[in-house]
Ligand binder design. Structure first.
Ligand code: SF4
Length: 312
């Protein structure tokens, strides 16, 4: 591509959709195809406004509770998973449940149940209100949730000699390491099982953003405000030394953020569709940014099987 005025765009690889998001979206599309509209989804299927709005237009209804569901509704659980009481409640009411929980989140549910049944006290490192953490916490009768070093200090004394630490899939790998160290220090002498559940997609995107941020004056992460992994990418870029912005991609860059820049980086959260990256690049093209290169390498393609009923 022709280099104009020394302005360069660098795109992080990998970026955007992960295997869990692809599976969740394909699940909803298949449900629409098979049952027709409306298909109900508990919570946003993935945390991206553009994706959610597009599905809404196709006849998907998003809701936070089952109280307004009509009889015989087809109800999809989002990629973030649900606590067992939600599953039991909708099953009891006779709805058709289609589970789009990411298999990597399901794995954490099983870890929680397994360690708890072996007598471990469970500590979850994650964001207290995030649906994934709510779903994991609900798997066991009792657990502690910490999202910062301060929270570790505030934990009550745990008498149990065995503790299992699980993590949310979309955390910052560096911050999580610090929190786990603090837990080990606080409960020195205990047997602590550390299950680092930050998923491959989160880790790979963060590594690529670190390399990206070292080369750029500013980094634009494309994703929605409620996307945990997109927010973490922005933080990682900032901590690496670049100016970093989280943007939707549809409206271009916020005013004045491009002024004086020579190299800008782009990445996207695991729930951001490629079309939003293309839209942002078109915006940049119009502003005179034409020279594009990539940094990083493609990740191994991972495909999760769809819920059984949709398999050919
Ligand atoms: S970010 Fe990771 S855990 Fe979340 S849906 Fe994607 S692959 Fe699954």
């Amino acid at each position: 591509m022709k280099h104009k005025g020394g302005k360069k765009i660098i795109i992080a690889v990998p970026h955007g959709f992960c295997a869990g998001v692809r599976r969740a979206l394909e699940t909803v599309e298949k449900a629409l195809e098979l049952y027709g509209k409306p298909v109900y989804v508990r919570h946003e299927i993935v945390h991206n406004k553009y994706v959610v709005d597009s599905l809404r237009e196709k006849g998907v209804v998003f809701l936070e509770s089952s109280s307004k569901l009509p009889k015989k509704a087809h109800l999809v659980f989002s990629a973030h998973g649900v606590p067992p009481e939600v599953e039991d409640d909708v099953a009891r009411k006779g709805y058709d449940i289609i589970d789009a929980t990411c298999p990597l989140v399901k794995k954490i549910h099983l870890q929680a149940v397994s360690y708890s049944s072996k007598g471990y006290t469970i500590i979850i490192v994650g964001h207290k209100k995030h649906p994934e953490v709510v779903g994991t916490a609900g798997q066991v009768d009792e657990c502690h949730i910490v999202e910062s070093l301060k929270d570790v200090e505030k934990l009550p004394e745990i008498k149990n000699k065995r503790i299992a630490c699980l993590t949310q899939t979309t955390l910052s790998a560096d911050d999580t390491r610090e929190i786990i160290c603090a837990i080990k220090k606080r409960f020195r002498g205990r047997k602590i099982a550390v299950l680092n559940d930050i998923c491959y997609a989160t880790q790979n995107r963060q590594n690529a953003v670190k390399a990206l941020a070292k080369k750029c004056d500013a980094v634009f992460i494309i994703g929605s405000e409620n996307s945990s992994n997109a927010n973490r990418l922005r933080e990682v870029a900032e901590k690496t030394g670049a100016k970093a912005y989280l943007i939707s991609g549809e409206k271009g860059a916020p005013p004045n953020t491009l002024r004086g820049l020579k190299k800008i980086g782009i990445s996207a959260g695991a729930s951001t569709p490629e079309i939003l990256i293309s839209k942002f690049i078109s915006f940049l093209n119009k502003k005179g940014w034409h020279d594009i290169e990539t940094i990083g390498s493609e990740e191994k393609k991972i495909v999760f099987r769809l819920p059984e009923r949709f398999e050919n």
